[in-house]
Design a protein. Structure first.
Length: 299
């Protein structure tokens, strides 16, 4: 992956939002803006005060997947959500862009020396990659159903078949079919039928995937470090790490978390029962409590 130039970060003000959180009559102000990185405009939202916590979404999702976490965690922390390149409200450029570079620009623009990082799936890939490359900028880390650079997704025959189905629907421009197939893989999981899953969670993920495919068309996926890949240097991660995974997620995701648990020095893993890949959406109450307890702990 080629190195990219490092332009001076620019924050472009966008719409300022105010939202009321009914907790001890406290008003929490939220703002959104863009951070310029190369020829991209990265969409960022910030809510609350306290220690900074950056939330990174899964692939084909965006900052909206974290709403229940933002509502809860922003009562105690400064919560920052980012739409990665090729996702959400981020305005894509024409260049290949490294996610490490995006995170550095956002941190510098917000004058944050060190942040807690939470990532789900593709967001977990980004967090792990950043923790290896820039350990001095990371405080605590939460990896939820994470992917991993250097992991070869060949163990799961169910996932392989569904990936082929999605390839066909994408080529046929069947965006709704693609979104439904995505939900079957990454919300229902390999052990459940659609009618066994919370219909509101399914609908939320499906709508988000549909909109992201229509808007970005897979044209601008974020880049990650490949030499060496994070899978080979997990033991270099210095930050305390909490792993959260559902017990009915894809086989490969569970295997990745097992590898991380065995290689990362200061790590703890929690498995949520009856939950597949979207752990924060399916069980937001337990997810939020586990994250809050970890962030305030002294480990």
């Amino acid at each position: 992956m080629k190195n990219l130039t490092n332009p001076i970060p620019v924050i472009i003000p966008c719409v300022v939002l105010t939202m009321l959180v009914f907790c001890s009559c406290t008003k929490i102000r939220s703002k959104d803006f863009f951070v310029s990185v190369n020829d991209y405009k990265i969409y960022v939202e910030e809510t609350g005060k306290g220690d900074p916590v950056i939330l990174l979404h899964g692939g084909l999702l965006d900052h909206r997947m974290w709403q229940k976490q933002v509502d809860d965690l922003s009562k105690s922390f400064r919560i920052i959500t980012i739409d990665m390149p090729g996702h959400g409200q981020t305005v894509d450029g024409d260049s290949t862009i490294m996610m490490n570079e995006v995170l550095l620009k956002v941190l510098d623009s917000l004058k944050i020396d060190k942040a807690n990082l939470v990532g789900l799936s593709l967001g977990g890939v980004a967090v792990t990659d950043f923790a290896v490359a820039h350990p001095d900028r990371c405080d605590k880390i939460v990896l939820a159903a994470p992917g991993l650079v250097g992991w070869d997704f060949k163990e799961d025959s169910v996932l392989a078949k569904q990936d082929e189905d999605r390839r066909k629907t994408f080529e046929e421009k069947d965006t709704l079919g693609f979104a439904e197939s995505f939900v079957q893989s990454w919300t229902d999981g390999p052990q459940r039928s659609p009618d066994q899953v919370n219909e509101k969670v399914r609908a939320r993920v499906k709508q988000c995937v549909f909109e992201n495919i229509k808007r970005h068309q897979f044209r601008h996926w974020p880049g990650f470090t490949e030499h060496p890949p994070a899978s080979e240097v997990l033991d270099s991660i210095k930050s305390p790490v909490l792993i959260i995974v559902g017990n009915i997620d894809m086989k490969d995701i569970i295997m990745i978390t097992n590898l991380m648990e065995s290689k990362i020095p200061n790590v703890r893993k929690i498995t949520l029962d009856g939950v597949a890949h979207m752990v924060n959406l399916e069980n937001p109450i337990q997810f939020n409590e586990e994250v809050k307890n970890f962030l305030v702990s002294k480990r």
